[in-house]
Ligand binder design. Structure first.
Ligand SMILES: Cc1cc2nc3c(=O)[nH]c(=O)nc-3n(C[C@H](O)[C@H](O)[C@H](O)COP(=O)(O)OP(=O)(O)OC[C@H]3O[C@@H](n4cnc5c(N)ncnc54)[C@H](O)[C@@H]3O)c2cc1C
Length: 320
């Protein structure tokens, strides 16, 4: 079996074992979360070119520098990790915590140096003990604070800790940014679809604000889905924005519950199909629940959106 060289450590890899699994088996502290190549927490660099399958979703510059996802790389020959190339981390201090709804926490962090990012991209957030999770940025690059919307899971290690234990002034650590879910200037008249579920609203909110700041003139359809009304948040602010800007259409859609002004009841996918018949020429941003993201991407494509105009982030959870 191939050997994995990690500093002084040499690990004989087991059949079908990923680099991450091998390193965790030997009790190495490697940040990780989704184990599906989405959260970008476990990025490492090899001294030899990794296979393309272990680099899907990385930037071209990172691919060329031999970065790869440790969770997605199951080597069939010897491999050496370049320990001098650990991704850079920035410390950030908790500035404020505020509940936006029953189960959505708004966390504001002050990074100790400016993070260069686009609204809607995501970061990897690490706790002192190594626990790492990805969160999308609802703030704008020139804001002093990074703003995250965090859904509190009933047994979520990071989310519950952030709500219950994390204190104002406490330090966390950031890597990133990652992802290509962000607004790019150039075609101000192009229609935009921003659709997502739960805290998938965080990147969509960032993208919406970025589009408005850039003077976007084309129609912007913002559709926020949730299981029930308690999953909706920032409703007053978004309704006010839609009232101020005639090109914004703001829909909410809840699976369970009765319809009311601006809130539709039923399945988000059906709602999208009935609301917007053609997505030809529309730039689509889709975020939140992984299954829903997958379905909405397919629907958008079948409704005419070009594949290169569909940007999506699936909020894949770590396996239990
Ligand atoms: C690219 C990307 C961007 C992301 N952006 C965001 C974001 O902006 N906001 C955000 O809130 N999250 C986001 N996530 C998800 C986030 O990274 C974490 O996975 C999430 O916060 C849960 O972490 P945790 O430690 O609290 O839960 P974990 O301890 O990791 O628990 C998750 C596991 O608990 C189980 N579980 C427990 N309670 C529940 C419950 N109520 N519902 C469902 N499963 C449950 C599930 O089986 C799951 O496997 C993103 C993920 C990715 C990959």
């Amino acid at each position: 079996m191939p050997d994995l060289h990690y500093g002084d450590l040499v690990i004989s890899l087991r059949e079908g074992e990923s680099v991450l699994e091998a390193l965790l088996r030997r009790e190495q502290k490697i940040p990780h979360s989704c184990r599906a190549g989405a959260c970008q927490s476990c990025v490492l660099r090899s001294t030899t070119p990794p296979p393309a399958s272990a680099q899907l979703g990385l930037k071209e510059t990172q691919r060329q520098q031999r970065y790869f996802f440790a969770c997605m790389y199951r080597p069939d020959s010897d491999l050496t990790i370049d320990l001098d190339a650990t991704p850079k981390e920035i410390a950030a201090v908790v500035e404020s915590k505020e509940m936006l709804s029953e189960d959505v926490l708004c966390l504001r962090l002050r990074p100790e140096e400016r993070l260069s990012y686009q609204a809607g991209q995501f970061i990897q957030l690490r706790r002192e003990d190594g626990l790492t999770r990805s969160y999308s940025l609802a703030s704008q690059p020139d804001d002093d604070l990074l703003v995250l919307h965090i859904r509190i899971l009933s047994n979520g290690r990071m989310s519950r800790w952030m709500r219950d234990t994390l204190e104002i002034g406490e330090q966390m650590f950031i890597r990133g940014p990652s992802g290509d879910c962000f607004y790019t200037e150039g075609n101000h008249a192009q229609p935009l679809l921003l659709i997502g579920t739960g805290t998938g609203l965080a990147p969509l909110y960032g993208i919406l604000q970025a589009a408005l700041r850039a003077g976007h003139t084309g129609p912007i359809y913002l559709i926020h889905g949730a299981l029930s009304r308690s999953g909706l948040y920032l409703q007053d602010e978004l309704s006010a924005l839609a009232a101020m800007h005639r090109n914004i259409v703001y829909d909410r859609c809840v699976l369970h519950g009765d319809p009311s002004e601006g809130v539709w009841a039923g399945d988000l996918k059906q709602h999208l199909k009935s609301r917007i018949r053609s997505l030809k020429g529309v730039r689509c941003f889709i975020c939140g629940d992984p299954d829903m993201v997958k379905d909405l991407k397919k629907i958008s494509f079948l409704a005419g959106a070009a594949m290169k105009e569909i940007f999506a982030d699936a909020f894949i959870l770590s396996p239990s």
